[in-house]
Design a protein around this ligand. Structure first.
Ligand code: ADP
Ligand code: ASP
Ligand code: MG
Length: 297
């Protein structure tokens, strides 16, 4: 069994989602697909919260654009017989969830800060909830899984940390399942003490995928992104950056800590302990070999 994580740009457009479908369908054994929100949507969700709090009614316009984008993607990538149902699901998340949360922020400027934070966490989870609904509908036979049921956090001394029960819950959720393709959300989680929606921090979908891979002793973790692999430096700022074909966990961890955004810093720990190889691959160029991260020889 493999865990494949697709980042925001990989699920950001109809064209990239078509690549995702091909990559998943080309896998031989069982796969668990972990998805981020459509590229840019997490920022928009938070920006709308800022607008609503600042009593700027333009949040409604942005929400309409976000909705339109998801609907257009469904038209383009979801098989016709599942489109209406998928659209109804997204419509529900927007009109019953997001619309009312933003409405509360907009209408009640005196809300306690802690409650506003809870609303923001609930709001921001919708990016992955919507993208995963689309990816599940797009792939024949894909089984949906709701990450807050098994990715748990708790607050200790005001710091949000992973709840240890997460590993056991992942095993329960996926253990013994025989279906070839499973889809779940990256990033989002639930507070194990109060059931509130939480998350693993910006960029946290990589970490979700690593936790699932480690708990299930996956044969590999594949981080599918928008560059050909882990590179010597950020190719956005250094066009002469080159792909590093092979790295140890320690080498990759050092570069993550120095700011290489391609992998979220907490990701490698859980997979390194289990000696699970991590591949960094390009959704837009799947035949490129990519980078493999593993134990030193
Ligand atoms: P995703 O949405 O797939 O999670 P991210 O934007 O989080 O993608 O990470 C991929 C980006 O990381 C690349 O587009 C690249 O600009 C940036 N990056 C920074 N440092 C590196 C590096 N050393 N190797 C590869 N990419 C890097
Ligand atoms: N969607 C979240 C973010 O933009 C998580 C992720 O992409 O990994 O930070
Ligand atoms: Mg990322």
């Amino acid at each position: 069994m493999k865990v494949l994580k697709f980042g925001g740009t990989s699920v950001g457009t109809a064209e990239s989602l078509t690549n995702v479908k091909q990559i998943v369908n080309a896998c031989k054994g069982q796969v668990i697909v972990v998805v981020s929100a459509l590229g840019g949507v997490t920022n928009q969700l938070l920006q709308m919260a800022d607008m609503a709090e600042a009593h700027d009614e333009k949040w409604e316009q942005v929400l309409a654009e976000v909705k339109e984008r998801h609907m257009k993607v469904i038209d383009a990538v979801v098989p016709e017989e599942r489109q209406a149902q998928c659209k109804a699901v997204i419509e529900g998340f927007i009109s019953e969830g997001l619309y009312s949360y933003y409405g509360m922020l907009f209408a009640n400027s005196q809300l306690p800060a802690a409650y506003k934070e809870q609303l923001r966490d609930a709001i921001v989870s919708h990016g992955e909830i919507m993208s995963s609904a689309i990816v599940t509908s797009m792939i024949d036979g894909a089984v949906p899984h709701y990450a807050p049921n098994f990715i748990k956090t708790k607050d200790v001394d005001y710091e949000r940390i992973l709840d240890n029960r997460t590993f056991e819950l992942i095993t329960k959720e996926f253990g013994g399942r025989l279906e070839p393709v499973h889809v779940t959300q990256g990033f989002i989680a639930e507070d194990s003490t109060n059931g509130q929606k939480t998350n693993l921090g910006r960029g946290g979908s990589d970490f979700t995928a690593a936790l699932i891979a480690a708990a299930l002793d996956a044969e590999s973790l594949e981080i599918w992104t928008d560059v050909d692999g882990f590179m010597t430096t950020d190719p956005r700022t250094h066009p002469n950056a080159t792909v590093i074909p092979e790295m140890t966990y320690a080498q990759a961890q050092e570069m993550c800590e120095a700011g290489a955004k391609v992998i979220y810093t907490p990701t490698l720990g859980p997979v390194a302990i289990k000696h699970i190889p991590v591949w960094v691959k390009n959704t837009f160029n799947p035949s490129a070999r990519g980078t493999v991260i593993l134990d030193p020889k």
